[in-house]
Ligand binder design. Sequence first.
Ligand code: GRF
Length: 198
Amino acid sequence: MRLAILLSGRGSNFQAIHEAIRHGRLQAEIVLVLSNRPDAPGIQRAKEYGYAAHILDHKQFAKRALHEEEVQRLLDAAQPDFIVLAGYMRLLSPAFVERYRHRILNIHPSLLPSFPGVDAQAQAVAYGVKVSGCTVHFVDEHLDAGPIIVQRTVPVLDGDTADTLSARILEQEHVAYVEALGKLARPWRVEGRRVVFE
Ligand code: GRF
């Protein structure tokens, strides 16, 4: 299973996938790591690990479409089976999503469809839910909305802040992404909104 990782920041989900592969918990190969931010700690780490690591700074492109074209060019050269969004803070165009239908994965720090968008953990604390978690899903044309592959739950505790809840969810994100990729290594199909594993 060939993986391309797209990130914009810290890269702890990328690191979790890297570790899982290194320790034989996931049969996969990271063939490309790409950041739209030159200063993303995750891309520095990818270089240290010796991956094909690319920076495509979106600010250097006059139009969103031109940046995406370059991303696409790098992806097509690397031939990934799956494109793993790991804290990638750029919206993807419908054409891009269509080109890689059911091959782009995202992770979101809530139990979708609750709390899509930014600050999902703060939304969960403010709403007062007692359980939250994370969701790995295929990317479709809508924000945080495609077919769900894996969810993991965590309790929301009295006294939680967005930060304490985020930390608890993040631990589960690292498990969930590896679990989702492992599941996709076996036969699966999408029926309507549902991902069905055989
Ligand atoms: C995670 O909370 C993820 O759910 C969200 O962005 C954050 C990325 O964290 N999409 P990291 O860069 O993988 O550490």
